[in-house]
Design a protein around this ligand. Structure first.
Ligand code: NAP
Length: 354
């Protein structure tokens, strides 16, 4: 039996439900209207607005979803340019970069499993050289799409190439990249800056080839000088150029060279060398040394060259001192220096007045 009271409360509940549903409908309509207003505002939006960024992505029919692993200094630098070209960027890192990512127009996934389950077309490894092996050994590759294009931007190349071939699933494509510039040297235009790459492994399918081409095109469109080269050759050349540049930059940075009122163009170049190298993490510099087998030889050559130049200076200084010593002896004046080889650390005789 249903009592009158029960029927009454049922009617009241039904009435409330109708009112609520009405409210929700109204709310949805308002939301829709607001949504329409947002879209129509795009024309007037500034490029830094999130709506403008969203529009760039929707406008680019061939937009790639690019996942960046390691959202530090270089990862963010890369993301900015990729997003500006109309591609979607998702990122993951050891630390939390959620707000930085949002401000750049990227999506950040603190959990690497969630990142992989977003199925990016391309994954770019931008972690430190030193952590590469650990990151790859813990990477949940099985959560990515089976034909993912896996890339790296490490400043050494043979090491990641070998690791990729050893640890990545066989069906992944592999592209090793080294943009030979960074957040300081590539702050403005990338015109004529070298992009070294090796297509280590690419599937035959048309889609796979065009995906790789599209990524390389991104750098080409920015004006980069595209250099296709084996990873091994890269390391040989980079040891005598990039590693030496970083070493000299670090040495000068350690000297804390200050600006002077009479700075020459040459001195200004040295200061800009410091700016372009000294801000990079020490991990990066150590990686250039530790994971490029050619670096030790180049460091020894640099040391030898420094010793030779220093030697030339002190040889001339010794010659002047010796001349002075022998002239004095010829005139019959007693020698103050009994042993002309007894020189202090700077190579100057303690009794010399030079
Ligand atoms: P970096 O010090 O070489 O690397 C920092 C990145 O590595 C951060 O994303 C950091 O993640 C991650 N990382 C460090 N240790 C880690 C660990 N134990 N486990 C997981 N992740 C770790 O500085 P970078 O300048 O950003 O360079 C990134 C990569 O780009 C390097 O491989 C470098 O060789 C290459 N690269 C750099 C430049 C440049 O000019 N800077 C140019 C070309 C190529 P968290 O921040 O989340 O800890």
């Amino acid at each position: 039996m249903i009592s009158n009271g029960t029927v009454q409360s049922f009617k009241v509940a039904q009435q409330k439900l109708t009112i609520n549903t009405g409210h929700q409908l109204l709310h949805c309509k308002l939301k829709l209207r607001r949504f329409r207003l947002n879209i129509s505002a795009i024309d007037a939006a500034q490029p830094f607005d999130s709506e403008a960024k969203a529009k760039i992505v929707t406008d680019n029919k061939n937009a790639l979803k690019i996942g960046i692993v390691g959202f530090g200094n270089f990862g963010q630098f890369l993301a900015k340019r990729i997003i500006s070209k109309g591609h979607r960027v998702i990122a993951t890192s050891r630390g939390d970069y959620s707000s930085v990512a949002t401000s750049l127009g990227a999506c950040f996934y603190p959990d690497i499993d969630d990142f992989c389950e977003e199925h990016p077309d391309i994954v770019i490894l931008s972690t430190s050289i030193l952590s590469t092996e650990k990151v790859l050994k813990e990477f949940p590759f099985q959560r990515l799409r089976r034909n993912t294009l896996f890339c790296d931007v490490l400043s050494v190349k043979q090491f990641p190439k070998q690791l990729f071939l050893k640890l990545l699933p066989e069906n992944f494509d592999i592209l090793c990249l080294h943009p030979m510039f960074g957040p300081d040297s590539g702050k403005g235009s990338w015109r004529d800056l070298p992009l070294v790459y090796e297509k280590v492994r690419l599937g035959e399918e048309k889609g796979r080839k065009s995906r790789c081409k599209q990524l390389l095109q991104l750098f080409e469109d920015e004006g980069c000088r595209m250099v296709e080269m084996s990873c091994e050759e890269h390391d040989k050349q980079a040891a005598s150029s990039q590693f030496i540049t970083h070493t000299v930059g670090r040495m000068l940075g350690t000297m804390e060279l200050a600006d002077t009122t009479i700075s020459t163009k040459g001195f200004e170049s040295l200061r800009s060398l410091v700016d372009n190298t000294y801000n990079d993490s020490f991990d990066l510099y150590y990686g250039l040394f530790m994971y490029n087998k050619n670096a030790t030889r180049e460091l020894s050559r640099l040391e030898l060259a420094f010793d030779q130049v220093k030697g030339q200076l002190f040889d001339r200084l010794h010659e002047i001192i010796r001349n002075e010593v022998f002239i004095t002896e010829d005139l019959g004046i007693p020698l103050k220096v009994e042993n002309s080889d007894k020189l202090n650390q700077a190579g100057i005789s303690s009794s010399s007045k030079i």
